[in-house]
Design a protein around this ligand. Sequence first.
Ligand code: IMP
Ligand code: MG
Length: 185
Amino acid sequence: MHADLEQVLYHESTIFARLDELGREITRHYRDAGGELAVLAILDGGLIFTADLIRRVNMPLQLQTLSVSSYHGGTASSGTVGFPGVALPDVSGKHVLLLDDILDSGRTLAAVKRRLVEEGMPASVRACVLLEKRKRRAVDVQAEHVGFEIGDDFVVGYGLDYRGRYRNLPVIGTLRQECIHPGDR
Ligand code: IMP
Ligand code: MG
């Protein structure tokens, strides 16, 4: 799988060092906020990031998940965000921290935030993403905690997929052109 990478952007040790910092940042914020912390992981992309990050958050929390998708196989956002038959977890009165792999067009985060606020009655909603693409978003939304800012390249690894593959790569990198279907290039 490593052989399919054009360039490694972040090695595992770099990712872990940044997670240590994010864990401390998040712990500090929510200790001061008081009340219950509910971590809501956005699946599937946020799975690996969530597992590693919450073990660096040093306070009681509850873990819940939400399956959301805005990509349908290729390398560009589809424009629609789906919650296929998914019920929201109970977040009433809780401080919700959304965790996702990457903030790209912003549609996913905006849709989840909107539904949480409209239906969930949380005490607060913040977001933490491992990666943020440095570009103009289709939707105006921000993540309060960001691991790394990247350019507009399509990346895989550490939870991020291309057509369902590469999530188990321990590093984050760009794919070689020949590994991308001609229609997606
Ligand atoms: P958004 O709704 O456009 O912000 O996209 C968020 C979702 O699109 C992420 O949770 C990813 O699943 C996917 N995504 C966006 N950019 C990339 C990328 O570079 N590689 C892999 N998946 C991506
Ligand atoms: Mg994805």
